[in-house]
Ligand binder design. Structure first.
Ligand code: CAO
Length: 438
């Protein structure tokens, strides 16, 4: 075992340069060409590699020291006595350089092919200008720090250097990685579905008595679906109203016949017929957007989902082929489906294949509301309570039965103009149901 002193090789036209990083400590085992220290001139940073393989016994410089050619850097216990610094190569190719000027953001330079002593770099700067990292480069870091950053996949341009002249140190990279990890951890528990910040609940019992009640199975299921629809569909809700004075007169005229038939006719069945007539004119409303959002699947059948309020929550049975059914048949089917719904007897088939949905709260009240699109459908109509209104006919106010309604739609599929044309068309059919048979 021989202890050798490693001295600083010729570093070119510099009287002295700063030691900005000491990369080894006593006890470290190094191979030939492993970097020992990093130097920084006012032009470039460069690493000084070990000319021997062995164990570092002493480090003779520290950060901030100024060194020049011939200064001792470290002492090393050379493992193989026969190991001697190889003669200096001709230094014709960049790969043969031993003291390398630091590349700005280059891939790691090729390692020297064989054990070789430190070799002046500055003298060769002109031959390999790409290896120089000028001051004022976007970021400033030693080769060892760059290598460290590469291993961790850290983009140095995102790291703030705290070293002299804004140099990025190993600690800066560690700090950067730490802060990214902490940020990621904070994000995870603080968000609910779809990356939305979760809502934290206080302990309500501190304010007064509380009771915790399990949601019904239907509410749990429909809640998830509604949330997905709300988040996935860019909604627009168009409000409108229809004059249903004549429709109501016609409906009242049907009451006796309906009683005989054993059905109850409400405005909803007329609304269903008017909607289907409008859907035929606006096929985009009777469609679904493809999963990649690039195509529209237009349906040539007209199945209306009807939202039904049940003691256990909202369900949406589907009345199929509404275009092919008359008012009495639709009324009967609606009664059957809503009874099944309230008794919890709907089958999955009863609730599938809808192409557009109607949510009617008109029997209860309200002036307007914004229904949530029942995706993958693109439109839903919300019906509120009709009421007598004074309507200006051009010369007088007339009492008219006005039905307020809204249509929410997926704005990726339906433009605003198309949306309001659709509601106007529905309103027109409801105002003059004779047009439905044209
Ligand atoms: N304006 C004024 N009156 C209306 C009306 C309207 N828009 N719609 C219905 N009515 C009247 C009906 O004519 C009936 O009156 P009469 O008994 O005097 O004829 C009364 O209100 C009750 O009607 P209804 O609600 O029983 O029947 P419907 O056909 O209108 O609706 C159904 C059937 C199943 C849709 C309904 O019972 C229901 O469940 N609605 C709630 C839907 C819902 O919860 N939507 C919200 C979804 S989002 O949470």
């Amino acid at each position: 075992m021989t202890v050798k002193t490693i001295t600083l090789p010729d570093i070119g036209d510099f009287d002295s340069v700063d030691v900005i990083e000491v990369l080894v400590q006593p006890g470290d085992t190094v191979d030939v060409d492993d970097s020992l220290i990093t130097l920084e001139s006012d032009k470039a940073t460069m690493e000084v590699p070990s000319p021997y393989a062995g164990t570092i016994t002493k480090v003779l410089v520290k950060e901030g020291d100024k060194v020049k050619e011939g200064d001792p850097i470290a002492e090393i216990e050379v493992a193989d006595e026969s190991t001697e610094p190889a003669p200096q190569p001709e230094a014709e190719t960049p790969a043969e350089q031993k003291v390398s000027a630091e590349p700005a953001a280059q891939p790691e330079p090729a390692k020297p092919a064989a054990a070789a002593p430190a070799q002046p770099a500055a003298a060769q700067e002109e031959e390999k200008p790409v290896n120089a990292q000028p001051m004022g480069a976007k970021f400033h870091a030693s080769p060892a720090v760059r290598a460290f950053a590469r291993v961790l996949g850290v983009d140095l341009s995102k790291v703030t250097g705290t070293g002299p002249k804004g140099r990025i140190t190993k600690e800066d990279i560690q700090q950067f990685v730490k802060s990214v990890m902490e940020g990621a951890q904070q994000l995870t528990p603080a968000t609910g579905g779809a990356g939305i910040p979760a809502i934290k609940l206080p302990d309500f019992s501190q304010f007064g008595p509380v009771e915790e009640v399990e949601l019904s199975r239907i509410k749990k299921l429909s809640g998830k679906h509604l949330h997905a629809c709300w988040l996935n569909v860019p909604h627009v809700t168009q409000f409108d109203e229809a004059d249903i004075t004549e429709l109501e007169a016609f409906r009242n005229g049907l009451k006796a016949q309906a009683e005989k038939e054993g059905v109850k006719i409400t405005p909803l069945v007329f609304i269903m017929k008017a909607v289907v007539a409008a859907l035929k004119q606006f096929p985009n409303m009777n469609a679904s957007l493809s999963e990649d959002g690039e195509r529209l699947i237009v349906k040539k059948y007209y199945n209306l989902g009807i939202a039904v309020d049940t003691p256990n929550g909202l369900v949406v049975p589907v009345v199929r082929d509404v275009d092919q059914k008359g008012i009495f048949e639709l009324s009967r089917e609606l009664m059957t489906l809503s009874t099944k719904a309230r008794e919890g007897k709907l089958s999955p088939a009863d609730m599938s294949a809808g192409t557009f949905t109607i949510s009617s709260l008109g029997g209860i009240g309200g002036t307007n509301f914004t229904p949530i699109v029942n995706a993958p459908e693109v439109g839903i109509m919300g019906v509120s309570k009709a009421k007598m209104q004074p309507v200006w006919n051009g010369s007088d106010f007339e009492p008219r039965l006005m039905l307020p309604f809204s249509v929410s739609y997926d704005h990726r599929v339906i433009d605003g103009a198309e949306g309001v044309r659709f509601t106007q068309t529905v309103a027109r059919y409801l105002s003059d149901i004779r047009q439905l048979i044209l």
